[in-house]
Design a protein around this ligand. Structure first.
Ligand code: 13P
Length: 341
């Protein structure tokens, strides 16, 4: 199966009541880890690259790696998604490079740091939908800004993230506005703001409803039962991954992520795409640190990249099973929906 649009995956996920992890990548080992996990668990997958990742890996390398993934694993439906596109031209260049799905993040202006107003967001998102849909490419929009309900600050991901202190209104997606936004833009999926942020430092204690507004998701889903919702900043930041890094000389301050059970609750209320990057970064870094600490004589990159890839594969398998996408790759393929490419 060639690369498929996000919509196809998420429609199937909605029909069967599961969620799909969207894993960020920057290099070959990360793509390999995800594909191995997908193969092992029979999972459809979303592989996503931010603007920073595209710059780091270069579009041509990324494009060919993704085509290699589709070639090596023809039985796994794969969506290649642009994470946090900042402008119409970023989304267009992703489409030209074979991405089958793009996020137009119009919650921020093109500079990727200034919160945008509603009309700007509708305008740019609608324009991306107009250009993407005829090409068979899906579009994710975002309403509300990612950031902590405690501090009011967003965390940057690859330079993309709100600056300054955000108000509660900006940090929580308004259900009524969400309904208007989806109607006005015709997006395939909607990212919502509920108090999560990118990176490891999301919460300074195990989150409760005060800092992680899962009830917002329920309210939005009630108004938009047929819209696929997206949770960003959804790494769980497991204690054991923090511990491994610190055990081998790292310095991760005690922190908490989004518990997997909360994501599972979200999946029961319309969440279909769950963005996970940090957990994989932590897993890879811990594995590399461990090799460096235990075998300081080693210098072949394969000696540490292989354990790093294995550590990421394990995280991916855990999430694929927990979100329910495991076991669905062949069903999706057999459902006979058309593929692109
Ligand atoms: P984490 O930093 O929680 O993994 O979130 C990643 C993300 O939301 C990418 O858009």
């Amino acid at each position: 199966m060639a690369l498929v649009p996000l919509r196809l995956l998420l429609d199937h996920a909605a029909e069967h009541g599961y969620g799909v992890a969207a894993f960020n990548v920057n290099n070959m080992e990360q793509i390999q880890a995800i594909m191995e996990a997908a193969d092992e668990t029979n999972s459809p997958v979303i592989i996503q690259a931010s603007r920073g990742a595209r710059k780091y890996s270069q579009d041509a390398y990324l494009r060919h790696l993704m085509l290699a993934a589709a070639e090596l694993y023809p039985h796994i439906p794969v969506t290649m998604h642009q994470d946090h596109g900042n402008s119409v031209s970023t989304c267009l260049s992703a489409i030209e490079n074979g991405f089958t799905s793009v996020m137009m993040d119009g919650s921020l202006e093109e500079d990727g740091k200034t919160p945008a107003d509603y009309d700007y967001n509708v305008h740019v998102t609608r324009e991306v939908v107009r250009l993407a849909h005829p090409r068979g490419v899906s579009v994710e929009g975002e309403l509300g800004c990612l950031g902590s309900l405690v501090t009011g600050h967003g965390e940057k991901e690859d330079g993309h993230g709100a600056e300054g202190v955000l108000s509660r209104d900006q940090l929580l997606t308004d259900p009524e506005e969400a309904e208007q936004f989806v109607r006005a833009t015709n997006v395939d999926a909607l990212a919502v703001a509920i108090g999560t942020s990118h990176g490891a430092y999301k919460f300074d204690r195990r989150p409760d409803g005060e800092v992680l507004a899962m009830h917002r998701i329920e309210q939005i889903h009630r108004r938009l039962p047929n819209t696929h919702l997206v949770m960003h900043g959804s790494s769980s930041v497991p204690q054991e991954l923090q511990d491994i890094i610190n055990q081998y000389g790292g310095k991760i301050k005690q922190t908490w992520g989004v518990p997997v059970e909360e994501i599972q609750r979200g999946i029961q209320h319309g969440v279909r795409k769950i963005n996970v990057d940090t957990d994989n970064r932590l897993a890879m870094t811990g594995a590399i640190r461990e090799v460096f600490a235990k075998h300081p004589e080693k210098f072949d990159p394969r000696d540490y990249l292989k354990p790093a890839r294995d550590a990421m594969r394990k995280v991916c398998i855990d999430r694929m099973v927990a979100f329910g996408q495991a076991g669905h790759a062949d069903k999706l393929r057999l459902s006979g929906t058309a593929s692109r490419g």
